[in-house]
Design a protein around this ligand. Structure first.
Ligand code: ISJ
Length: 629
């Protein structure tokens, strides 16, 4: 039984208390929250023990979904927003799942938590990733800095370090080839992976803009993750072999100079941050591997990855034959990388990551089958997969929650112009239009307070590139402060550059001239949703979709507005089910249809207008996918 003296706090008369006293109450509440979190975490380990006995998997998505739905309902009664609850609980659940995995791993690998010497490339951001990783495992580490990746491998091979942490790929710049090449000949095994988010930022020794700095230092790796933002400053770029050398340069220089570096890099905290989050892609993930002399086992309850390296020879279809074996055994491949073989021009080895445990029967059978098909075949390691994807609720759950909510709304609240927003428990994006930036900022603030999760700004009528850039830059800044994603509704090709620069996603109208729309999609580097015209014939759906699919934009979605006819929805669902309509489809009314095709994560778009008296009015609904921002 949890004994939280909530009543005492609710009935406090805040006017009677000093700030100091109120803060004491908050401190006491935080202490109580921490005690409960620690208790929850300890119970999760009891759950892991029971799973060890019953061999049930660590993750139980149905249980997590039920838990989230219950908490959203209970939270609403306490006046807490659904997104607030889901964000907090995603963190709690991630930690719970990870703690259970760590416990189960320690059971199968007889880990005694003794101190471990870890090799890493000196002054790299890998250290931050490693600290978190080993802290969770309650394993103290001593550091063995190395000058380069090869030295990390050597330290472990020679026994001066127990393990090494090495970057292997980044979601925005791809694989780290040097590390892959070192894996080709090593006797070490991959024993773990760490995935963490990194933002590249620009730092300086003075608090000035990029135009005023004389040099911008960067490593080639960092540059490849953020080159788009630095294109106008090509003549200022100076390459270095390590970010730490850039920090030294900045400290030495008297004139203003800048450095592009990850926000996790040691030492950046002492510099002036002059531009944050300049990655080409909004979310930049880095993946590291841990290598050690001894391979490890992964408990059957823990999701595992296995990495292998194969070479096949160059006969037609050789790689395809190997990959089809994995397909036949239903072993999902999460990564395929090819690297040249030294001394053998145009010969390649392939690195393959499979999302499966080496001990699984399917893996053993697949490996037995591919050995005769390959010249060279080596298992580099089997290790727990690090990512714990946040559990999503099925779209229908959001609809049920919002229906239930709106029934509970009393009549007076429903008349408030922004009440439409509050009635929806799921994510709401509101369309805005206008020219008056001060007015737009105010609207954004009001919308945030009313519960909107993001903005779709209509660029209709905006053609002047400079004005558009100024307006969107301000709107982006406001949305960032309010933690709301900014989307733009594009109506003309001249708006594309500004959209790429300032928005997180774009929407486009469906048009008879699909070539123009397809060309726009091609130039858009942000997620893009194309609105589908109602009453389109099946053949035309297909032809238009095919045009869009060749546009080169990998993050395209189609969405249908509220005027779509059931006939259209049936038609698209049918085509999708046959694998012919390839764009993910977004639609509120079509939730049931699209869910059947497994494609949907519908969010709601409301549009906001002002009436003649300047009063806010919220009207019609369209839908946009969660995944686009
Ligand atoms: C604790 C459990 O394991 C996992 C963690 C959960 C939690 O922390 O609430 C819920 C479901 C599982 O994914 C469980 O199965 O109950």
């Amino acid at each position: 039984m949890i004994n939280l003296p909530l009543g005492r706090f609710i009935f406090l008369d805040k006017n009677m208390l000093s700030l100091e006293q109120i803060r004491q109450e908050i401190t006491a509440l935080d202490q109580a929250l921490l005690t409960l979190l620690a208790k929850r975490k300890a119970i999760a380990i009891d759950v892991a023990r029971s799973k060890q006995a019953t061999t049930k998997p660590v993750r139980d998505i149905e249980r997590e979904q039920a838990l989230l739905i219950r908490l959203i309902k209970q939270g609403a009664e306490l006046g807490l927003e659904a997104t607030y609850i889901t964000q907090i609980y995603h963190t709690i659940l991630e930690d719970s799942v990870r703690s259970q995995q760590v416990y189960l791993q320690q059971q199968v690998n007889a880990n005694n938590n003794s101190r471990l010497t870890l090799s890493y490339v000196a002054d790299s951001e890998a250290l931050h990733a490693a600290n978190n990783f080993y802290q969770q495992r309650k394993t103290p580490i001593s550091l063995a800095p190395a000058a380069h990746f090869q030295a990390c491998f050597e330290q472990v091979e020679q026994g001066t370090a127990d393990a090494a942490i090495l970057p292997i790929e980044s979601s925005s710049a791809g694989s780290i080839n040097q590390v892959y090449d070192l894996l080709q000949h090593t006797q070490l095994a991959i024993t773990g992976e760490i995935v963490c988010q990194q933002n590249h930022c620009i730092y300086s020794n003075h608090n000035v803009g990029l135009d005023q700095v004389e040099k911008i230092y960067t490593t080639p790796e960092a540059y490849s993750q953020a080159d788009q933002c630095l294109l106008p400053y090509q003549d200022k770029i100076h390459y270095l072999s390590a970010t730490s050398k850039g920090i030294t340069e900045l400290t030495k220089a008297r004139e203003p100079v800048a450095l592009l570096a990850s926000d996790l890099h040691p030492g950046v905290e002492d510099l002036s941050l002059i531009k944050a989050k300049v990655n080409n892609q909004a979310d930049s993930l880095s993946r590291y591997i841990i290598v050690a002399k001894q391979s490890i086992q992964v408990a059957s309850q823990v999701p595992a990855k296995t990495t292998l390296v194969v070479s096949t020879g160059q006969q037609a279809g050789a790689l395809l034959t190997v990959l089809s074996v994995f397909n036949q055994h239903q072993l999902p491949m999460t990564k395929l990388e090819s690297r040249p073989v030294k001394g053998q021009p145009w010969q390649e080895v392939f690195y393959i990551d499979l999302a499966a445990n080496l001990d699984d029967l399917a893996m053993q059978q697949a490996f037995a089958e591919i050995q005769p098909l390959t010249h060279h075949f080596k298992i580099l390691g089997c290790y727990p997969s690090h990512e714990v994807a946040a559990t999503q609720l099925p779209s229908q759950a959001y609809v049920d929650l919002s229906l239930q909510q709106s029934k509970e709304q009393d009549a007076s609240a429903a008349q408030h112009p922004l009440s439409e927003i509050t009635q929806h428990q799921h994510c709401v994006l509101v369309s805005l239009q206008g020219n008056d930036i001060e007015q737009l900022k105010q609207d954004c603030q009001q919308l945030k307070q009313a519960g909107s999760h993001g903005i779709v700004f209509s660029l209709e009528g905006h053609h002047d590139v400079t004005n558009m850039a100024q307006l969107l830059a301000e709107l982006k800044h406001t949305c960032q402060q309010l933690h709301m994603p900014l989307g733009v509704a594009i109506t003309a090709p001249v708006q594309i550059d500004a959209a790429n620069k300032f928005a997180q996603f774009a929407t486009l109208p469906w048009s008879d001239n699909m070539d123009t729309i397809s060309a726009c999609c091609n130039k858009l580097s942000i997620a893009t949703a194309v609105k589908v015209a109602p009453d389109t014939a099946a053949a035309s759906w297909l032809a238009q979709c095919q045009k869009l699919n060749t546009s080169g934009n990998q993050r395209l979605f189609a969405y249908i507005n509220e005027t779509a006819k059931v006939n259209d929805l049936n038609c698209v669902s049918e085509l999708t089910a046959q694998g012919l309509f390839k764009l993910p489809l977004l639609d509120q009314d079509a939730i049931t249809h699209a869910t059947r095709c497994g494609k949907l994560g519908a969010h709601l778009e409301l549009s906001l207008r002002r009436d003649n008296q300047g009063q806010l009015e919220v009207s019609a609904l369209t839908n946009i996918l969660a995944a686009i921002y």
